[in-house]
Design a protein around this ligand. Structure first.
Ligand SMILES: NC(=O)c1ccc[n+]([C@@H]2O[C@H](COP(=O)([O-])OP(=O)(O)OC[C@H]3O[C@@H](n4cnc5c(N)ncnc54)[C@H](OP(=O)(O)O)[C@@H]3O)[C@@H](O)[C@H]2O)c1
Length: 332
């Protein structure tokens, strides 16, 4: 095998950004799409020039036509279909949030191990050069000791029938966009927090439509995160260290067209750090190719992914109980 044959597991809206990435990659090709409706799959395949259309997800998994699937289902279906794909011998790139409980995450990891197939979380911003540059700055010590990270991701939900507003589907703004600053903070501090405090505003939908959290890390660092479904699109992330701070105006999306990071050193003039242009979704696709074709270790580990879910669960529990949650005692 010298090319990975991809299938799209659903006709989700987000696919439109991942399809160009698969096509821009040198070692992948998009060969199939599956939908709950054959008619929908056929129309989608025609629109996007995809060779094969399937009227059920399982049919595509069992067809022998795909080596890997991109899972872009509503959140409550991520675990079930990742496991079914892995059991069918198909590699999986699964959207964030990876799953909605640690039992689900552990079952997914077990299915990956049992099948020997690759399983990875599609947190696209983590694979972009901008994020890798930030990691290098943090690890090089140029920012000194990291005291605080602050991250925001908000957007306005326009349709009240959006799946993000359905509690049983894993709706809620922390699961949907709060996980971006949550995971970025974990990346900066090199691991999960030791304790968290969360506060939410639950709308008539029954899900959190605003969520803010405070996270403490071993060694004393802290993170503030905020997310909302009720305010226009806004993303921001900053890292505050004893030797200066980095400002990212496009930390999670929109940085693919050659943005600049701003560095404000403790002494001296502010600097702009150039960021190479790269298609935002290309990194996650190419990382899958390296893992599948070369046996490379995936860039985003399943341990990191598990901690994203674990921290979000602890924040939800904190918001429910109105008190801080110690992650050590919460769940391993
Ligand atoms: N990384 C990113 O940049 C990014 C951005 C947006 C969303 N996401 C993630 O991607 C996933 C999909 O988000 P989206 O906004 O693209 O979703 P969406 O447009 O609502 O699509 C979800 C798809 O899931 C399938 N589906 C299966 N069961 C369903 C059910 N009971 N109700 C509704 N749809 C069902 C449908 O496909 P068929 O009808 O064809 O079966 C539907 O098109 C979510 O997990 C989200 O968090 C990631």
């Amino acid at each position: 095998m010298n090319k990975v044959r991809w299938g799209l597991l659903s006709t989700a809206n987000i696919n439109r950004l991942v399809i160009p990435a698969i096509r821009a990659s040198t070692r992948g090709e998009l060969v199939a799409v599956a939908s709950r409706s054959l008619e929908k799959a056929r129309q989608y395949a025609e629109k996007w020039s995809i060779p094969h259309a399937f009227g059920s997800y399982q049919e595509m998994l069992d067809s022998g036509k795909v080596d890997a699937v991109y899972i872009s289902l509503p959140n409550h279906l991520h675990a079930e279909w990742s496991i079914r794909a892995l059991q069918a011998g198909v590699h999986v790139l699964c959207e964030k949030p990876f799953a909605l409980s640690l039992e689900e995450v552990d079952a997914m990891i077990a299915a990956s191990r049992a099948s020997g197939r690759v399983l990875a979380e599609a947190f696209m911003y983590r694979y972009h050069p901008q994020t890798k540059i930030v990691g290098e700055w943090v690890r090089s010590g140029r920012l000194g000791e990291i005291i605080l990270t602050r991250g925001i991701f908000t957007f306005k939900i326009m349709q009240r029938d959006d799946v993000r507003l359905i509690p049983e589907y894993g709706g809620g703004c922390l699961w949907d966009v709060g996980v971006y600053p949550l995971s970025y903070a974990q990346y900066v501090f090199g691991g999960p927090p030791q304790a968290v405090f969360g506060r939410q505003w639950v709308g008539d939908s029954g899900v959190d439509e605003d969520f803010t959290g405070l996270l403490w890390y071993p060694g004393g660092g802290m993170a503030q995160i905020a997310s909302s479904f009720r305010s226009p699109l806004h993303t921001h992330f900053e890292i505050i260290g004893t030797e200066g701070r980095l400002i990212l105006n496009r930390p999670f999306i929109g940085m693919q067209d050659g943005r600049r990071l701003e560095f404000y050193p403790a002494e001296g003039e502010p600097q702009e750090i150039p960021v190479p242009e790269q298609e935002l979704y290309l990194g996650e696709v190419e990382d899958m190719h390296a893992a599948i074709l070369d046996g490379a270790t995936p860039y985003l580990s399943l341990e990191e992914t598990r901690n994203h879910v674990r921290t979000a669960l602890a924040l939800y529990q904190s918001a429910k109980q109105g008190q801080a949650i110690d992650l050590e005692t919460f769940s391993k």
